[in-house]
Design a protein around this ligand. Structure first.
Ligand SMILES: Cc1ncc(COP(=O)(O)O)c(C=O)c1O
Length: 421
């Protein structure tokens, strides 16, 4: 179906060789462009303060610690479907957790469920723009305001998206960004905590940053092995865990190494260009999938313009309904998160009460698949991905039949792991 050795990552974060070279040069010369990057982020995302961190998780953890002090509350509401790093940050900040459900049609927080979380005592709410789909902020603010809840925007996956004309990343009392591998704009590693309002950044005591040698090494590896002709190599090495959603225990928040800032500044134009191509690809998927009866694309809420880090679509059996789930992964088609946060064992002791079911999150775990939106996909590969969606078969007979395939391997998505960055 898809000849050759090419293997697409689900997301492409462009990393020009010159950007890696700038990072290496900063490593040698000690040049520090973090203030420049911080200024850029403050301007772009309407923030008063910017604290650059080694990862998005570090930014979220520190943001939660600050917000907990400010609100005098140790209880945070997290989405029941999302990146496991949300849980890690809450655990790292030593908070109790209540979960709220998402609307599986839009990925937006379910207002009734957020309200219930607030009634259970949460005074901090994290809202994430999954796959670049903006959160409808007016709705969320209306639910949060009577409880005086602190809103923390997780814009890790939001690059290139907007809500009501403002970029994802410019909402809430605080915002976190990620510059990790699969976020569209990467520095090898990195994150940022953006604060709004007077005095919000007072608690941001400086902490140590590493040399950046490891991150620049990582950036160089991404440059060499992140392309379709080479990605098959790291993707086939199980210990790297590419294409898997794993819980990573929290660590002490650190600052962004200066060398990563140099990579980010040099790589920004390419990241912006790729983001606009992704939006065009997302619109294209939306128009062709209108006529594909089994596919239920996620719809942005009113006023939302997704960044389409990936194109999320609901298919009756998730990855299981593809004729060959392993093969479609080579086209950059990937499963969503493999389990709701409510079933994470690490979170069990942190949840303030048994909360029952999260039907929206459960639907998303079962059905959500993402299609690639990046510019590395050749027209013929895009056609192959579309053909795979069109020939998708629902019904358990097909899935059972495939499990006993000639090569004896299980479909990839039968593994407990998903593939979201
Ligand atoms: C929604 C969301 N928040 C936070 C993070 C954490 O970012 P990082 O990988 O930079 O720690 C991720 C990473 O996958 C994410 O997807």
């Amino acid at each position: 179906m898809f000849p050759g050795i090419r293997h697409h990552p689900p997301v492409h974060s462009p990393l020009p060789a010159t950007a890696v070279a700038w990072g290496a040069a900063a490593l040698i010369s000690g040049r520090d462009s973090r203030a420049e990057l911080g200024d850029l982020l403050r301007r772009r995302y309407a923030a008063d303060g910017a604290w650059l961190t080694r990862s998005g998780t570090h930014a979220l953890q520190r943001g939660l610690e600050l917000a907990a002090c400010e609100r005098g509350s140790r209880c945070v509401a997290l989405p029941a479907y999302g990146c496991y790093d949300l849980a890690a940050a809450a655990i790292g900040a030593n908070l109790e957790v209540v979960l709220y459900d998402l609307d599986p049609a839009t990925l937006a927080p379910d207002p009734d469920s957020v309200e219930a979380a607030l009634r259970r005592g949460a005074r901090l709410v994290v809202a994430a723009s999954l796959f670049g789909f903006p959160v409808p902020w007016a709705e969320l603010e209306a639910v949060a305001a009577p409880h005086e809840a602190f809103l923390l925007e997780d814009a890790a996956q939001g690059l290139g998206g907007a809500w009501e004309g403002r970029p994802i990343g410019s909402f809430g009392d605080m915002t976190i960004l990620s510059f990790g591998r699969g976020k569209g704009w990467t520095g090898g590693a990195g994150g940022a905590l953006l604060t709004r309002g007077e005095g919000a950044a007072i608690g941001l005591a400086p902490s140590k940053a590493g040399s950046g040698l490891r991150s620049i090494g990582l950036a160089a590896a991404m440059w060499a092995l992140g392309r379709p002709t080479t990605y098959g190599i790291p993707a086939s090495l199980p210990f790297l865990g590419l294409g898997e959603t794993r819980y990573r225990a929290p660590t002490d928040p650190e600052e962004l190494p200066a060398a990563c800032a140099a990579v980010l500044l040099a790589g920004r134009p390419a990241a912006e260009e790729e983001a606009s191509r992704r939006r065009a690809a997302g619109d294209r998927w939306s128009s062709v999938l209108e006529s594909t009866s089994q596919a239920r694309p996620i719809r942005p809420g009113i006023g939302g313009a997704p960044g389409f880090l990936r194109y999320p679509v609901r298919l009756p059996q998730g990855m299981h309904g593809f004729a060959d789930p392993r093969e479609v992964r080579r086209l950059g088609i990937a499963p969503g998160y493999p389990a709701p946060l409510s079933s994470l064992p690490q979170l069990a002791a942190r949840q303030i009460a048994a909360q029952g079911r999260f039907p929206g999150a459960e639907v998303l775990v079962r059905e959500l698949v993402t299609l690639p939106t990046h510019s590395w996909l050749k027209p013929v590969e895009w056609e192959a991905a579309l053909a795979a969606v069109r020939s998708y078969r629902s019904g358990t007979a097909h899935h059972r039949g495939h499990t006993g395939s000639a090569n004896g391997r299980r479909p990839a998505s039968a593994s407990p792991e998903g593939a979201v960055p």
